[in-house]
Design a protein around this ligand. Structure first.
Ligand SMILES: C[S@@+](CC[C@H](N)C(=O)[O-])C[C@H]1O[C@@H](n2cnc3c(N)ncnc32)[C@H](O)[C@@H]1O
Length: 274
């Protein structure tokens, strides 16, 4: 994707925004850590504690004031993704998993069925470096199946970046886009889904979440963006792009099932394939 050159001041403000966005990964880690402290957690991430920071805790407190359902939503979202990924890996010979906007995701190590499969983790270079440093310090090593890919998805061609990292587009793959696309511009989102379609053989599998435009109006400062989330209707969007929906759910309905609490704010999680 060719991008116009930014002036120095625009570049600095974009770097500040990217730094802020990067820290949203710490909030999600705090949420997973807190879930793991419960007597019967819905998902358990034993590594989440490594990424807990005062800043992440503070951001979560602020987020919960605007979105009291935030932690519940993110936990049922993670469960939906884990369950679908497990089913897909059971049914198909999946060799590669690509996690876009991976943040502090530790599925490569926490989900046993991913051992022996390549997991490409893509995020901003700073985020990747930070995560590697934490893991090396705390665990002495990275999960052996992980391939770290430092890239700004707004500036890179995903196909080139993944190929350079050793991704084989002939192999059946699963892609996870969890907590990502609402940080991208409409142009970036369009470009990303076109690339995902083009690099995928039929049968590739995808997991995505997306927030509604109405709920983004009430979003907490840590999640605030000047733009409305795009696309407005993700199901129609994916169909128009040529993908097939396998299952879509509203997180507010999943919290009713798993936590006995239902919320009306629309936030989708979607499993789909090419
Ligand atoms: C809300 S966090 C979600 C992290 C992780 N997927 C999870 O659910 O725990 C969003 C992640 O997307 C990454 N991200 C956002 N925009 C990105 C971009 N343009 N390029 C690469 N990574 C990006 C952030 O750095 C951050 O790690």
């Amino acid at each position: 994707m060719v991008k116009p050159k930014l002036s120095t001041s625009n570049k600095n403000s974009e770097q500040d925004t990217n730094k802020q966005i990067r820290h949203t990964a710490d909030v999600v880690a705090v949420i997973r850590y807190k879930e793991g402290e419960k007597e019967s957690p819905l998902i358990y991430d034993p590594f989440a504690r490594l990424f807990v920071s005062p800043q992440g805790e503070e951001m979560l407190k602020t987020a919960l004031k605007s979105w009291p359902f935030f932690s519940d939503y993110l936990i049922v979202r993670a469960k939906f993704i884990d369950d679908h990924l497990r089913d897909f890996c059971k049914k198909e010979a999946v060799k590669q998993i690509v996690i876009l906007g991976a943040g502090n995701d530790m599925r490569a190590a926490r989900l046993n069925f991913l051992k022996g499969r390549k997991v490409f983790e893509v995020d901003f270079p700073d985020q990747i470096t930070n995560k590697k440093q934490i893991l090396k310090k705390e665990l002495g090593t990275l999960p052996e199946n992980v391939i770290c890919v430092g890239a700004n998805l707004k500036e890179t061609s995903l196909s080139n970046t993944l190929s350079q990292a050793g991704f084989n587009r002939e192999e059946k793959s699963a892609f996870i886009l969890e907590g990502l696309i609402y940080y991208l511009t409409p142009e970036d989102v369009d470009h990303l889904f076109e690339e995902l379609f083009n690099i995928s053989p039929p049968g590739n599998f995808f997991l995505l979440d997306h927030i509604s435009q109405d709920m983004s109006q009430k979003s907490p400062a840590s999640e605030k963006s000047t733009k409305l989330p795009y696309p407005e209707d993700p199901i129609r969007y994916l169909n128009n792009k040529g993908f097939k929906i396998i299952e879509s759910a509203l997180l507010g309905n999943l919290t009713a099932i798993h936590f006995g609490k239902s919320y009306k704010e629309r936030w989708w999680v979607i499993a789909f394939e090419k």
